[in-house]
Design a protein around this ligand. Structure first.
Ligand SMILES: Nc1ncnc2c1ncn2[C@@H]1O[C@H](COP(=O)(O)OP(=O)(O)O)[C@@H](O)[C@H]1O
Ligand SMILES: [Mg+2]
Length: 320
C-alpha cells in the first residue's frame, strides 16, 4: 500500500491544521453560492510512486455551475483526476486552478471548504462510530456550531435518505448506504463544488434516485457538480457535459448528444463504454442522437407527426 492509499485521506479537514494562506471561510448559507469557482486543469500529468502514469496531459476547464460526468474504463485515471481538484494529489507537471488561482501551495484543509469529494470507496472516507458524528465532522471543522451545525447534518442525512440512521454505526449500514453516507458527509460541508466518485455504483433504483435528487438539488443551487459514473443512463439524463477518459487522457468532451452520437461509439467502446440504450434505439431508427428516453420519444413523435399516417383502421377513427 502506498502513501496514496492511506485510509484517512478523504480531503476533509483533519483537526485544526489550516495554513494561514487558506483561512477557512466557513460553509455558505443554504441556497447561497456566490463564489462558485471555475476549475481548470492545464496539461496535468501524474505518476504514482510505482511509475504508473495515471494522468497524461489532461487539460479541462469547468465553468461555475456546470454539471459534468466523467466516464471511462476502470483504470483510465478518473479517480486520480478528481483527487487533483481538492489537492489530495498534486500534479507532476501542469497546473490545477480554482477560481483562476493555481492551488499548488493551497493546503488540503483550506481547499476542503471549496471542493467536497466523496470517495469511490466510502470505507476510505468514513471513520466515525456514529452516522451523525461522521456527517458532523466536516462542517464542524469549517466552523459550524450549535443549531446551524445540527441543521446542516440533518439536511445532509435527509438528502440521502439516512435521516433515520443518525445514531447507527456506519459499519452496520450496507455498502451502498455507506456510499450515501459518504455523500452526506460531503453535502454537509456546503461546498460550492461537489465531486462524487462513482456515487451510483452498487446502488439499487432507490439509491440511484437519491443520487439523482442530490445532483439536481445542487445544480438548482448553482453549484458545480462533477461525478464519475459507469451508469450511462444516469450520465445522459442528469449531466450537461460528458468527459470520457482513456489511459490518462480526455478522449471525448461534449454534451450527452455529442458524446453519445453514433459517430463516437467506436471511441466509447475503446474505453469499454456502451452508449445508453435510448441512443442506440434512436440511431437505429434514424432519429439522430437521442441519449435520453425522453429525447428519443420526442424525436420519435416528431418523426411520426411529420409523415403521413400509415393507412389502416386506426386512421379512420374520430381522433385522426
Ligand atoms: N495508489 C496507487 N498506486 C499505484 N497505482 C495506482 C494507484 N491508484 C491508482 N493507480 C493506477 O493508476 C491508474 C488510474 O487509476 P484510477 O485513477 O483509480 O482510475 P479510474 O478511477 O478511472 O478507475 C490505474 O492504472 C491504476 O491501477
Ligand atoms: Mg476510480
Amino acid at each position: 500500500m502506498s502513501d496514496f492509499d492511506r485510509s484517512n485521506d478523504s480531503g476533509r479537514p483533519t483537526g485544526t491544521a489550516v495554513s494561514p494562506a487558506d483561512p477557512p471561510s466557513g460553509p455558505a448559507a443554504p441556497g447561497r453560492f456566490p463564489d462558485v469557482p471555475s476549475i481548470e486543469l492545464d496539461g496535468v500529468t501524474f505518476e504514482y510512486p510505482d511509475g504508473t502514469r495515471a494522468l497524461d496531459g489532461v487539460s479541462l476547464r469547468i465553468e461555475p455551475g456546470e454539471v459534468v460526468a466523467i466516464v471511462g474504463q476502470n483504470g483510465s485515471g478518473k479517480s486520480t483526476l478528481v483527487k487533483h481538484l481538492n489537492g489530495l494529489l498534486r500534479p507532476a507537471s501542469g497546473r490545477v486552478l480554482l477560481g483562476g488561482r493555481d492551488i499548488r501551495d493551497a493546503h488540503v484543509a483550506g481547499l476542503a471548504g471549496r471542493v467536497g469529494l466523496a470517495f469511490q470507496n466510502p470505507d476510505r472516507q468514513l471513520f466515525a462510530g456514529r452516522v451523525s458524528a461522521e456527517v458532523e465532522f466536516g462542517p464542524r471543522n469549517l466552523g459550524l456550531r450549535g443549531a446551524e451545525l445540527q441543521r446542516a447534518v440533518a439536511a445532509a442525512l435527509e438528502a440521502v435518505g439516512l435521516a433515520g440512521e443518525a445514531a447507527a454505526n456506519p459499519y452496520d449500514l450496507g455498502y451502498s448506504r455507506r456510499k450515501l453516507l459518504a455523500i452526506a458527509s460531503v453535502l454537509a460541508m456546503r461546498t460550492p463544488v461537489l465531486v462524487f466518485d462513482e456515487p451510483t455504483t452498487g446502488q439499487d433504483a432507490r439509491g440511484v434516485a437519491c443520487v439523482r435528487s442530490v445532483v439536481a438539488g445542487a445544480v438548482a443551487e448553482g453549484r458545480t457538480v462533477i461525478a464519475i459514473s459507469h451508469d450511462m443512463r444516469f450520465v445522459a439524463e442528469c449531466f450537461g457535459r460528458v468527459v470520457a477518459m482513456r489511459a490518462g487522457r480526455v478522449v471525448l468532451d461534449g454534451s450527452p448528444s455529442e458524446v453519445f452520437a453514433e459517430s463516437h461509439w467506436s471511441e466509447l467502446r475503446a474505453t469499454y463504454l456502451e452508449p445508453p440504450i435510448a441512443a442506440v434505439v434512436g440511431a437505429r431508427l434514424g432519429l439522430g442522437s437521442t441519449p435520453t428516453a425522453s429525447g428519443l420519444i420526442a424525436a420519435a413523435r416528431a418523426a411520426l407527426d411529420g409523415r403521413p399516417a400509415a393507412p389502416g383502421p386506426a386512421d379512420s377513427g374520430p381522433n385522426r
